[in-house]
Design a protein around this ligand. Structure first.
Ligand code: FAD
Ligand code: NAI
Length: 462
């Protein structure tokens, strides 16, 4: 039996970051992981492989649609799917090996296998029981199931199966117009699949700024994705090579069927904590089945903490990472903090979509007076030069104090641009502070400055 200050269960962005920070703070640390490689959902079957496929398919799209106009002529590239998957896997491998290297560097023991907590202060992995003064549960999430839909990861797949299909399907039906559905739907549309997205609600990506939702859906339609909105999927029927998707339109209850070669089920994810054996230890759950924690990420059982997708909040890698660092600081007797009001969200389609902080809907609901500064990428010289003039930056600021409350960006580099606003918000900046900051020309970030100017006396280039 080994004895540790901290044992982390799960090596995703929450778990591995917590383990590294614990070790850096001088705590003897181990991390339990049941997968064959470290890095969790994010590195193995989430953020990283999906971004590799998004990048490769975007390159193809650029070659097919924009090269000729720039005077780049010749045969456009064709898709070697097997090689694309090899590229995707090598990206994954280099990242997962990177975590293994960081574990060795920080003297973190990787306890290989599935962990459980037989009693407070003990973690069981295989036949071995280890002692831990503190336990951090970072077991993440998995795709939620949909009644009537049986996943076989070949014809009816979750995101995991969609990242390693045998071939590019002719017809792909995506259930759910959320982040996974639209990112992976974009990949296959660019690679030549006919993609139909069936969504229960009337707008894509629930919770996002309604103006962004509309522009985003219009842009995706232009890229060839078809949408059936206000449609509840009832069931799927699958053979070895084909499937049928039965759905009902909410407006008139009419029933319809779609044919598909592959069906991607992307209707949300749920926390993973079955098998940990934590119920008898008094670890309470929220109404939505997440592990409940206090402001120090401690569960209702002393010495057992939880972070990442397994607790409440957005299911995002960087949210899990921030909690990982913060909980390590708490365990080491320091102060750990996560500012949940400033967690950016990014969708890595083309163009990218990014947001942080309040939306107009949340501000209206709270009865707060606010102003809107908006600037179109059409007025941004750099964006126009690269065929990316579609989209805009919207900054929301307090009507009286001018303090920035949120931002919504759809356009080139949105996923990077949003961080300028995040930093401003962390420092409690006003829109004027952003507007008075010199921005290099010609950059996309000038559009952020112009949106900030639009909160005051008005933008220059519009
Ligand atoms: P996870 O990454 O899920 O890791 C949990 C780990 O715990 C797993 O490796 C699991 O094997 C292990 N585990 C579970 N139970 C046990 C046990 N009993 N014993 C041992 N090990 C155990 N987020 C972003 O921010 N940006 C993105 O671009 C993005 N893209 C995504 C794309 C896809 C297709 C998917 C599915 C998700 C994406 N996400 C993205 C979400 C992101 O992956 C998650 O928010 C993030 O991985 C959560 O981290 P975590 O550490 O909480 O858990
Ligand atoms: P999601 O919650 O983003 O979207 C699910 C969609 O499915 C919703 O629009 C919902 O209305 C719809 N839906 C549910 N039931 C339906 C039904 N029966 N018929 C039709 N539509 C139905 O979930 P998604 O896309 O599965 O992603 C899961 C999580 O993974 C997200 O919470 C996200 O945070 C994370 N993620 C993040 C990424 C990023 O940061 N770029 C990329 C991919 C995933």
């Amino acid at each position: 039996m080994s004895s540790y200050d901290v044992i982390v269960i799960g090596s995703g962005p929450g778990g591995y970051v917590a383990a590294i920070r614990c070790a850096q703070l001088g705590l003897k640390t181990a991390c339990v992981e049941g997968r064959e490689t470290l890095g969790g959902t994010c590195l193995n079957v989430g953020c990283i492989p999906s971004k590799a496929l998004l990048h490769a398919s975007h390159m193809l799209h650029e070659a097919e649609h924009n090269f000729a106009e720039m005077g780049l002529k010749g045969k456009s590239p064709s898709v070697d799917w097997k090689q694309m998957l090899t590229y995707k896997q090598s990206t994954v491998d280099s990242n997962t090996k990177g975590i293994e290297f960081l574990f060795k560097k920080n003297k973190i023991d990787w306890l290989k296998g599935w962990g459980s907590v037989p009693e407070a202060g003990k973690v069981k992995v295989g036949d071995e029981v280890h002692e831990a003064k503190n336990i951090i549960i970072a077991t993440g999430s998995e795709p939620s199931s949909l009644p009537g839909v049986e996943v076989d990861e070949k014809v009816v797949v979750t995101s995991t199966g969609a990242l390693e299909l045998g071939k590019v399907p002719k017809k792909l039906v995506v259930i759910g117009a959320g982040v996974i559905g639209l990112e992976l739907g974009s990949v296959y549309a660019r690679l030549g699949s006919e993609v139909t997205v069936v969504e229960f609600l009337d707008a894509v990506t629930p919770g996002m700024d309604p103006e962004v939702q509309k522009v985003f859906q219009r842009m995706l339609k232009k890229q060839g994705l078809e949408f059936i909105m206000g449609a509840a999927v009832q069931k799927t029927e699958a053979s070895k090579t084909k499937a049928k998707v039965h759905y009902k339109l909410r407006k008139d209850d009419s029933e319809h069927v779609l044919d598909a070669d592959v069906v991607l089920v992307a209707t949300g994810r749920k926390p993973v904590h079955d098998g940990l054996g934590i119920d008898p230890l008094g670890v309470e759950l929220t109404k939505r089945g997440q592990i409940a924690v206090d402001k120090n990420w401690q569960t209702s059982a002393k010495g057992i903490y939880a972070i990442g997708d397994v607790i409440e909040g957005p299911m995002l890698a960087h949210k899990a990472e921030d909690e990982g660092m913060a909980v390590a600081e708490v365990i080491a007797g320091k102060h750990g903090h996560v500012n949940y009001g400033v967690i950016p969200g990014v969708i890595y389609t083309h163009p990218e979509v990014a947001n942080v902080g309040e939306t107009e809907a949340t501000l209206k609901e709270a009865g707060r007076a606010y102003k809107v500064g908006k600037f179109s990428f059409m007025g941004n010289a750099r964006a126009k030069a690269v065929f990316a003039g579609d989209g805009f930056v919207k900054i929301l600021a307090d009507k009286e104090t001018d303090r920035i409350l949120g931002a919504h960006i759809i356009g080139p580099g949105a996923g990077d641009l949003i961080h300028e606003v995040c930093v401003a918000m962390e420092f409690g900046a006003s829109a004027q502070d952003l507007a008075m900051t010199c921005h290099a020309h010609p950059t996309y970030s000038e559009a952020v400055r112009e949106a900030a100017l639009a909160c005051g006396d008005g933008p220059i280039h519009m």
